[in-house]
Design a protein around this ligand. Sequence first.
Ligand SMILES: [Mg+2]
Length: 122
Amino acid sequence: MSKDLNELRDKIKEFNLERDWDKFHNVKDLINALASEVGELAECYRWLSEEEILKVHADPEKKKKVEEEMADVLIYLLIISYKTDIDLLDAISNKLEKNKLRYPIEKARSVHSNPLEGYKPQ
Ligand SMILES: [Mg+2]
């Protein structure tokens, strides 16, 4: 998995270098582009019920649109990772370890939180 993601990052970097796009890729604008792509992904689900969402996932054409928006999000995140020299896989592994300490199973199992409401058992 890690090798695959790093290979993907390198392919994206090569793609951008071949097109001389690297000069446009400052971190601030990349984060704005990432946020835009997250918005496009969210747009795929806007106002849909859970039932309608299941239908989106069952429709190959609609699911393809979701796939493409998810890919755009990860592409921008991978560009940001090489522009900031942050190893995304290390960052994710470290964050997961931190989350394990923050949310021990015995306290966090079947509980979700909301910034306004705090923790709520389900
Ligand atoms: Mg897009």
